[in-house]
Design a protein around this ligand. Structure first.
Ligand code: KIV
Ligand code: NA
Length: 275
């Protein structure tokens, strides 16, 4: 059954873990739904794993909408969160307009924004406008340059305190879920205890209320690099190349197609046509 907003807090209270996977199109969303995963994230990670950009920064609203619509069609019974791309919430007005598009045109159930206290005003504005918001703190890929690259956040006293403060600010502003990316497990555990809203970890240890990973990472469909927090459950990329090599060889050697894949005419028609 499709989750609704209050279900997530109930799951946290009951100690029931929340699962989330990314999906970016019709088939991937269908498979995530078939697997019974609680929530789909149409992440702006699509910029890297399906569009081939070097980071998530170039991803546009049009690209997010295009993929959100497809994912929604593939998983009509799953709660779908869509990422707000870089610069799409640079001002309150822009943020409300773009979040509204992801919900109304894209069919998302909620939007996700990266950032801490500094984005609390926009989180509050969206919540007030009736748009459910998921927060995202710790390693925030859209601003990874400012953080010194793709590295673990919250390792020193100051930064651990700041992340906790950010978590509280996002909860206060009205978010109903909070993604914690690449932070020490102890920092994530403490935030998870302090907050009422569930935390969804990615590289944040097992004490979070839920876990999220990228579809292409767990299935072995993206091999450019693999962060420590990724667990690969299949090697579909290798399997795909093997299958396509076989097709290629069979075409070149006339092994494919056989009678089994071929249409024919009846003898009578053959006689009249080509007699
Ligand atoms: O874009 C994404 O896939 C994400 C998750 C990794 C949390 O934001
Ligand atoms: Na993202």
């Amino acid at each position: 059954m499709k989750k609704m907003i209050p279900d997530f807090e109930k799951m946290k209270q009951a100690g029931e873990k929340i699962s989330m996977l990314t999906a970016y199109d019709y088939p991937s969303a269908q498979w995530v739904e078939a697997a019974g995963v609680d929530t789909i994230l149409v992440g702006d990670s699509l910029g890297m794993v399906v569009l081939g950009y070097d980071s998530t920064v170039p991803v546009t609203m049009e690209e997010m909408l295009h993929h959100t619509k497809a994912a929604r069609r593939g998983a009509p019974q799953t709660f779908v969160v869509a990422d707000m791309p870089f610069m799409s919430y640079a001002t309150l007005e822009l943020g409300i307009m773009n979040a509204g598009r992801l919900i109304k045109e894209g069919g998302a159930d909620a939007v996700k924004l990266e950032g801490g206290s500094e984005i609390a005003p926009i989180v509050q504005a969206l919540t007030r406008a009736g748009i459910p918001v998921v927060g995202h703190i710790g390693l925030t890929p859209q601003t990874a340059n400012q953080l010194g690259g793709f590295k673990v956040q919250g390792r020193d006293l100051e930064s651990a305190k700041q992340i906790a403060k950010d978590g509280h600010a996002i909860e206060q502003a009205g978010a109903f879920l909070l993604v914690l990316e690449a932070i020490p497990r102890q920092v994530a555990a403490q935030i998870t205890t302090e907050l009422k809203i569930p935390t969804i970890g990615i590289g944040a240890g097992q004490d979070c209320d839920g876990q999220v990973l990228v579809y292409h990472d767990i299935l072995g469909l993206f091999e450019r690099f693999r962060p420590k927090f990724v667990k690969q459950y299949a090697q579909l990329g290798q399997d795909a190349v093997r299958a396509m090599k076989e097709f290629n060889n069979e075409v070149k050697s006339s092994v494919f197609p056989t009678e089994e894949h071929t249409f024919g005419l009846s003898e009578g028609v053959i006689q009249k046509l080509y007699g």
